[in-house]
Design a protein around this ligand. Structure first.
Ligand code: MN
Length: 295
């Protein structure tokens, strides 16, 4: 099933080019905190599934083009992300890399992106106004956690996967000597974590460890890899994260970028496409407001 968050945090089931509104399947007390509806649905999926299926069949579909797609999990507790997880990417950033000596995610572990940096396929990537810094695209498979867990051994890890989505890990690069901010901050500007277009449940993704992962800018392919090249695979990533803290339903794990990372400028159009998971395109726009602390 393809689940979408749209408009004012409504929940939809997407079938072909239509979205069927199934918001009535989540409790009305969530109207007070609508950005938590999808997390509730993920946590209660076993009980809610039959109702969602009926609602999706009976609700009239609306054309996708008429709704605004949000990040499918709009407000997760955590967005974990793997650094240096494709061999060919390690080293390609040269002096701008903060990973030295070719260490992968296995040695470095994970970092965090602010959940507030998430946007959906109906939004845009906003670059800080007037900035001369370099902003890069990274094309990543996102894994969405389905249930609470701690110290999950990799052998059981796939039981904790609810589904998958496409995720762009947009990054402000360091400038050696002049701008060397923390990684989590450089990757957490508002809109720097586009995710979507939907959340595809795990039963529809037969080979998560073997999916083509591509990103293009203005129609030109920049990144083209396969999740089979992940150094730390999905199972080991869940083991790694859950060994540090409990994972929660709706948590997102960005699995890392392949080679081909490159700059974005205002006016670009960026497309991410992952086999069995989906595809979406976002415009890159200069933010309308200059921040009091500019970058
Ligand atoms: Mn990344």
């Amino acid at each position: 099933m393809k689940l979408a968050s749209f408009n004012d945090f409504r929940i939809g089931v997407v079938h072909e080019a239509l979205v069927h509104d199934v918001t009535a399947c989540v409790p009305s007390w969530l109207d007070a905190m609508p950005d938590q509806r999808m997390r509730w649905l993920i946590e209660n999926w076993h009980d809610a599934l039959a109702r969602v299926q009926v609602a999706a069949r009976t609700a009239q579909g609306r054309p996708l083009a008429q709704v605004k797609l949000l990040a499918p999990v709009p407000a997760p507790s955590h967005v974990f992300a793997a650094p240096a997880n494709y061999e060919k990417h390690i080293g390609e950033l040269g002096e701008r890399a903060i990973t030295k000596k070719g260490r992968s995610a296995r040695e470095q572990g994970f970092f965090l992106k602010a959940p507030g940096s998430l946007v959906g396929a109906g939004d845009a990537i906003y670059l800080p106004r007037g900035s001369q810094r370099r902003f890069d695209h990274e094309s990543e498979l996102a894994v969405v956690i389905g249930k609470h867990g701690r110290d999950i051994p990799r052998e059981n890890a796939m039981e904790y996967v609810f589904g998958y989505s496409c995720l762009m890990d947009i990054t402000m690069r360091i400038e050696p000597g002049t701008g060397e901010e923390e990684r989590s901050m450089r990757k957490s500007f508002a809109s720097f974590t586009p995710m979507g277009p939907y959340l595809v449940t795990a039963d529809e993704v037969s080979t998560p460890g073997r999916l083509r992962n591509r990103l293009s800018v203005n129609g030109e392919i920049r990144q083209d890899a396969n999740t089979s090249e992940l150094i730390v695979g999905i199972e080991e990533l869940i083991e790694l994260v859950s060994s540090v803290l409990p994972v929660r339903p709706g948590d997102v794990i960005a699995t890392g970028t392949p080679a081909g990372v490159g700059p974005l400028v205002a006016g670009d159009k960026v497309t991410i496409s992952i086999e069995q998971v989906g595809e979406f395109t976002l415009p890159v726009i200069e933010a309308a407001v200059t921040s009091p602390r500019a970058y």
